[in-house]
Design a protein around this ligand. Structure first.
Ligand code: GLN
Length: 282
């Protein structure tokens, strides 16, 4: 079978699970199993697939048709221009979260913590983009921290990123001038409505704390006073309907200049707040 013939067969089968992404997913699967670049896959429709290539492509297609996320099948996913290893123990990095990275990089920082780091996408990207900064990546899941460690090494920042197994602040020490997190924020009710790729394959604890979806923000803000330096900044990702509630929690926690920032689709996506400078400290 030629690459082109396999792509049209795969695209048709994927339409029901991947919708508008079917053609792109078929190309990514073929590139993954053949080792070809995405360009070569797109251009060499006439090339014959080896029997091994064909059976690997069919196996990956079957997994995708069983609603496994493509990122887990490929074992890696792009975020902010870099490839991150992804497993069943980690949330798949989403483009929404690039908004948080852009906001973090808009101001100086030297020492960050990424609470609930998962793949490490946020912490690793920030350290890769900001030479000389150091940080901590925490997670309650040792399996996720192992993946974050692979990603830190792959992107050359392992020497500047300490990984800590911790339940939010419980288990963390040190102080930071930047606190970032993409915590679980989906409400218990919303979680039940998510796609099977999410509910059957991604870690539930990375997506929802249950209830009103706000308990992780409360835990993060509770410990902030002793960990975020005066003049330091806190940035958290939020669900599109949580801007007002999370901004109110930030203000109640004593943070200044609290702002809700939109993502590239114009939806509220990140809440920012600053730790007041101490009196007399300027
Ligand atoms: N944006 C994710 C989703 O709904 C949620 C991520 C999170 O809870 N941090 O798919």
């Amino acid at each position: 079978m030629t690459a082109g013939a396999w792509l049209s067969h795969a695209r048709a089968r994927l339409a029901s699970v991947a919708g508008a992404q079917a053609a792109r997913e078929a190309r990514l699967i073929l590139a993954h199993v053949t080792g070809w670049s995405a360009t070569r896959v797109a251009l060499e429709g006439g090339a014959a697939l080896t029997p091994e290539g064909l059976s690997a492509a069919e196996a990956a297609l079957a997994r995708r048709l069983a609603r496994e996320p493509l990122a887990q099948i490929l074992g890696a996913w792009g975020f902010y221009g870099r490839s991150f290893r992804v497993t069943r123990d980690t949330l798949v990095p989403r483009p929404d979260t690039e908004t948080l990275v852009d906001l973090a990089l808009a101001r100086p920082f030297e020492r960050l913590i990424d609470l609930g780091t998962g793949t490490g996408a946020i912490a690793v990207t920030l350290l890769a983009e900001r030479d000389g900064a150091t940080g901590v990546a925490s997670d309650i899941s040792a399996a996720a921290l192992a993946v974050a460690g692979e990603n830190a090494a792959a992107h050359g920042v392992a020497g500047r990123l300490r990984r800590v197994e911790a339940d939010w602040w419980d288990g963390v020490d040190g102080v930071f001038d930047l606190v970032v997190s993409n915590p679980p924020y989906v409400t218990g009710a919303e979680y039940a409505t998510l796609a099977p790729e999410v509910t059957d394959w991604e870690p539930r604890g990375a997506l929802t704390p249950g209830g009103d979806g706000l308990s992780a923000y409360r835990a993060i803000l509770d410990g902030l006073g002793s960990r975020l330096l005066p003049g330091g900044r806190c940035l958290v990702e939020i669900g599109a309907r949580q801007g007002e509630a999370v901004a109110a929690l930030f203000t109640a926690a004593g943070l200044d200049a609290v702002a809700v920032h939109p993502d590239i689709n114009g939806k509220p996506r990140v809440v920012e707040g600053w730790m007041p400078k101490r009196h007399g400290a300027g």
